[in-house]
Design a protein around this ligand. Structure first.
Ligand code: GDP
Ligand code: ADP
Length: 199
C-alpha cells in the first residue's frame, strides 16, 4: 500500500495589478506539461519561464538552475519562512516552489510569465492572482497517462505509483481552471495553448 503524503501549501497575499501577465500550466504528472512548455519556449522566446525550486533529487541530465534549483529540505523551509515563494506545495514527498521576486519583477516589466506547477500551487496562484490565465492539461485517458510516465523511465516504481495516485485527484479538479486542453495529438495541444495565449 502506497502512503500518499498530504499536500501542504502556503497562502499568499493578493498582489497589485500590473502590466504583465501570469499564465499557469497545470495538470497531472506525465501528461506532457514539460514537453509542451519546452516547445512553447522555443517557439516564443519572449515568454519568461519561471524556474522552480525543489527538494527532489535531480534526474539524469537535469541541470541545476535550468530545470530546477535543487536544494535540501531545511533550506527550502528557511525560504518558506522568509516569504521567498509566490506559492509552494509538497507533492509526492518533495517540496516545490516558485521564487517570488524574479516572477514579480518580470510581470512588472510587462512580460508574459509562465508557471508549470501542480494543482495546489495552481490553486494558490488563482487565489492571489485572479487575473492569471490558468490552463489545465488533461491526458486522453488514464492508461495513456500511465504509459507516458513509464515511457519517460526516469522515476522509481514508488515515485510512479505516487504520481498516478495523485493524478486521479488532480484530474477531478480540471474544471476549476479557465481552460482545459487534452494533450492527445501533441501539435494540436500546442496550437490550442498558443491560441489561448496569443489570440
Ligand atoms: N506548486 C508547485 N509545483 C511545481 C513547481 N515546479 C514544478 N511543480 C510540479 O511538481 C510536479 C512534479 O514535478 P517533477 O518532479 O518535475 O515531475 P514530473 O512533472 O513528473 O516531471 C509537477 O506537477 C510539476 O508541474 C512549483 O514551483 N510549484
Ligand atoms: N501528445 C503526446 N503524445 C505522446 N506522448 C507525449 C505527448 N506529450 C508528451 N508525451 C510524452 O509523455 C512523457 C511525459 O511528458 P512530460 O512532458 O515529462 O510530462 P509532465 O511534465 O507533465 O510530467 C514524455 O516521454 C513525453 O515525451
Amino acid at each position: 500500500m502506497i502512503q500518499v503524503l498530504p499536500i501542504q501549501s502556503s497562502a499568499t497575499t493578493k498582489e497589485s495589478p500590473n502590466p504583465g501577465r501570469l499564465i499557469v500550466l497545470t495538470g497531472p504528472s506525465g501528461v506532457g506539461k514539460g514537453t509542451l512548455m519546452r516547445s512553447l519556449l522555443q517557439r516564443h522566446p519572449q515568454l519568461y519561464y519561471s524556474v522552480s525550486v525543489t527538494t527532489r533529487s535531480p534526474r539524469p541530465g537535469e541541470i541545476d538552475g535550468k530545470n530546477y534549483y535543487f536544494i535540501n529540505r531545511s533550506k527550502f523551509e528557511q525560504l518558506i519562512a522568509e516569504g521567498e515563494f509566490l506559492e509552494w506545495a509538497e507533492f509526492t514527498g518533495n517540496y516545490y516552489g516558485t521564487p517570488r521576486e524574479a516572477v514579480l519583477n518580470q510581470i512588472n516589466s510587462g512580460k508574459l510569465v509562465v508557471l508549470e506547477i501542480e494543482l495546489e500551487g495552481a490553486r494558490q496562484i488563482r487565489a492571489s492572482f485572479p487575473s492569471a490565465l490558468s490552463i489545465f492539461i488533461l491526458p486522453p485517458s488514464f492508461d495513456e497517462l500511465e504509459r507516458r510516465i513509464r515511457s519517460r523511465a526516469q522515476d522509481s516504481e514508488e515515485a510512479i505509483a505516487r504520481r498516478l495516485h495523485r493524478a486521479q485527484e488532480e484530474i477531478k479538479a480540471a474544471d476549476e481552471f479557465d481552460i482545459q486542453i487534452v494533450n492527445d495529438d501533441f501539435q494540436t495541444a500546442l496550437n490550442d495553448i498558443e491560441a489561448a495565449l496569443f489570440e
